[in-house]
Design a protein around this ligand. Structure first.
Ligand SMILES: [Mn+2]
Length: 266
């Protein structure tokens, strides 16, 4: 609550709640991680939602990054997103740390072992890249890098290179991981925007915008005064979540029927 003095009397005004610009409804989708099944299911739910709640304005879908790794369908998820599967929607695709890792691997096989350890092996598999049994160490990763460069459609590489790191709409900022508290939004480093965890998650600071993010899995969407986290760990949980922002309101859509969604619907 913000207290303000007006003339001679003291009045208490509720703080204005964060809002998206008038005429816009935003659906922001959390980390997909190679789960094409959940992505297509959530797209269906979003289309149905937009039909059931028609409005005169513009529907925008924002993907918060981490399209690949861990799940079985990395290549197919990229292919699907390239087709802009929500007709009539404006779409914004943001970059996640996993998407960035794939781009880095195309130039540098040395990141292969670490990328693979956090799910990149599933992406290589989905593109049909196989480790050659007669190679070891650097030679093995360089060979896999060369295979990927050969197999991966240039349209997929262009898709990843065109991803934005953040976008703002009204009182909200959308980004994969979060922001570094105390640093102006315009001066944030890409490494923080794609990777940051506790320093951001534990901060109660006002960042200037309410930050809508994914990256760190939670059992249920987290709504704090300074941020909304929507990564419900789709790869393992089967729950892919979107926050729906319109005016000053927020609500959630998700695949499956987790406990928090049943409670929210009551
Ligand atoms: Mn991430």
């Amino acid at each position: 609550m913000i207290g303000r003095w007006f003339g001679g009397g003291r009045k208490t005004q509720p703080a204005r709640r964060a809002a998206v610009p008038a005429g816009y409804r935003v659906y922001a989708i959390g980390d997909i991680h190679g789960r094409l099944d959940l992505l297509t299911a959530l797209h269906r739910d979003i289309l149905e939602d937009s039909t059931r709640h028609p409005h005169d304005g513009t529907n925008v879908v924002i993907y918060l990054g981490d399209y690949i790794d861990r799940g079985p369908d990395s290549r197919e998820v990229i292919e699907h997103l390239m087709r802009a599967p929500l007709p009539g929607f404006e779409s914004v695709r943001l970059m996640g740390n996993h998407d960035e890792a794939l781009l880095k691997f195309l130039d540098d096989p040395m990141i292969g072992p670490s990328w693979s350890s956090y799910g990149g092996d599933a992406t290589l598999l989905s593109y049909g890249v196989r480790a050659q049994p007669d190679t070891i160490g650097f030679a093995r990763w360089e060979d896999m890098r060369r295979q990927l460069v050969e197999i991966m459609p240039i349209t997929h590489v262009a898709f990843l290179r065109a991803l934005k790191t953040s976008v703002e709409a009204g009182d909200y900022m959308f980004v994969h991981a979060g922001v570094r508290p105390g640093v102006p939004l315009a001066a944030q480093r890409q490494e923080d925007l794609l990777w940051i965890r506790d320093t951001f998650l534990d901060s109660a600071l006002d960042h200037g915008k309410v930050v809508v993010h994914g990256h760190t899995p939670v059992d249920a969407p987290e709504v704090r005064p300074n941020r909304i986290g929507v990564d419900t760990g789709a790869f393992a949980s089967g729950v892919l979540t979107a926050v729906v922002l319109e005016g000053e309101s927020h609500r959630f859509l998700c695949t499956g029927t987790p406990g928090w969604a049943r409670i929210a619907a009551q």
